[in-house]
Ligand binder design. Structure first.
Ligand code: SAH
Length: 377
């Protein structure tokens, strides 16, 4: 008996193909699949036998019910810091792997920061997730489950999704793109593409592939409107290479080329250039000048993120005065910029503080005993 498919991991088109086969009329599954999809994302329910569309075909309802499953991962932890809190979802039956997601209140709605991987391969020196190494990619269903859980189990009015949790989205791009298609579906959660941001460490091929998808409208199978954030974190190659190993593969000149290829849907759109401010490393006036020069031809908004120290970090957060000075100087140089608040740092839920080192320790012990049972990095 084949395992039932995780229904949260299927786009509506994929669901229609599967249902068509169950119907015995391949290519004719859209009517029933649309009904299942709508009920799933409007009422958080998977019960085809209750849908009027299946009224004259109870056999099909039964086959659909058996072929798919809606199995939400258990919530294994929740830590709050005021309105901002993170929650953990267990993703593998027996092991201790968890996704981490952060709910962040904005003005009238909430943003969910989702993970795309458990751990990360990128090795950025300032980031907590890097310390746990890479454990595994999340499936599209596990990414969608984070939003589904936040909305329906925790009752949070999530209207914005940012791929800024654990992991590097461009390193798991098939699952990330599929998850974005599911989240933005007009008959599903209807999260507008303009309210979804993919944040990348700066993988040039990853940005180019996303840029190609973002050229086309949703109806044409594209992701037009999707927002891009790039973790720049430095004004030149010397500083960036000292913080981010990825700069050895994709340097800042190549990155600028990719920035310039990003399709901006509207005149007031921009690419977000994330810049973690680290005391004495990249927060001086000379850095601000170099940064403004680097971004001169790019329509970018610099998002300044005062550093949230990871555990045992050699780096420190600059004083608020120094952050304000950097911000003012960038503005004076004509560079559009914002400062990101440090919500969640009391519970290790702020940017770059997600990750569970206990899991990576368990992993390395297990690997030493039996290297073939675990994914290799
Ligand atoms: N891998 C993706 C998404 C995860 S990191 C990326 O690199 O963009 C999300 C953001 O948090 C990035 O901009 C990263 O530079 C920032 N970040 C990482 N560690 C941080 C820390 N300790 N303090 C503040 N921001 C951090």
């Amino acid at each position: 008996m084949p395992q039932p498919l995780d229904i949260l991991g299927l786009t509506r088109a994929e669901l229609a193909i599967e249902v068509g086969i169950l119907h015995g009329k391949p290519g004719k599954g859209a009517y029933h699949a649309d009904a299942v999809f709508k009920d799933l994302y409007e009422n958080a329910r998977f019960a085809p036998e209750l849908l009027p569309e299946f009224g004259d075909n109870p056999g099909l309802a039964e086959r659909v019910r058996d072929h798919f499953r809606l199995a939400l991962p258990d919530i294994t932890g929740r830590q709050g810091d005021g309105d901002t809190f993170k929650f953990l979802l267990k993703v593998d039956g027996e092991s201790a792997l968890e996704t981490e997601s952060v709910v962040i209140p904005m003005k009238a709605y909430k943003t969910l920061c989702v993970s795309s991987q458990v751990g990360c391969k990128m090795g950025c020196r300032f980031c907590e997730t890097a310390q746990m190494g890479f454990l595994r990619n999340l499936t599209a269903g596990e990414i969608v489950a984070q939003v589904f859980t936040a909305r329906f189990v925790l009752g949070e009015p999530i209207e914005n999704v940012v791929f800024m949790g654990m992991g590097e989205p461009t390193d798991n791009l098939d699952a990330v793109i599929r998850a974005i298609r599911i989240l933005s579906d007009q008959r599903g959660l209807r999260i507008p593409l303009r309210s979804i941001t993919v944040s990348t460490v700066g993988s040039v091929p990853g940005i180019l592939r996303l840029a190609e998808a973002a050229q086309l409208r949703l109806q044409e199978g594209g992701l037009r409107g999707l927002r891009l954030a790039v973790s720049l974190n430095a004004p030149d190659d010397a500083v960036r290479s000292s913080l981010m190993p990825v700069n050895g593969t994709h340097d800042m000149a190549a990155l600028k080329g990719a920035f310039l290829k990003w399709p901006l849907a509207r005149p007031d759109d921009f690419v977000l250039a994330e810049y973690v401010l680290i005391a004495g490393v990249n927060d001086g006036p000379e850095h601000a000048r170099l940064l403004a020069d680097y971004l001169r031809e790019v329509r970018a908004c610099v998002n300044l993120i005062p550093y949230n120290p990871r555990n045992d970090s050699p780096y420190a957060r600059p004083t608020p005065e120094r952050v304000a000075e950097f911000f003012r100087l960038l503005q004076d140089l004509g560079q559009y910029c914002r400062i990101r608040g440090t919500k969640g740092d009391g519970v290790m839920a702020a940017c770059g503080q997600l990750g569970n080192r206990a899991v990576s320790r368990k992993k390395s012990h297990a690997e030493a005993r039996n290297p073939s049972t675990l994914e290799t990095v």
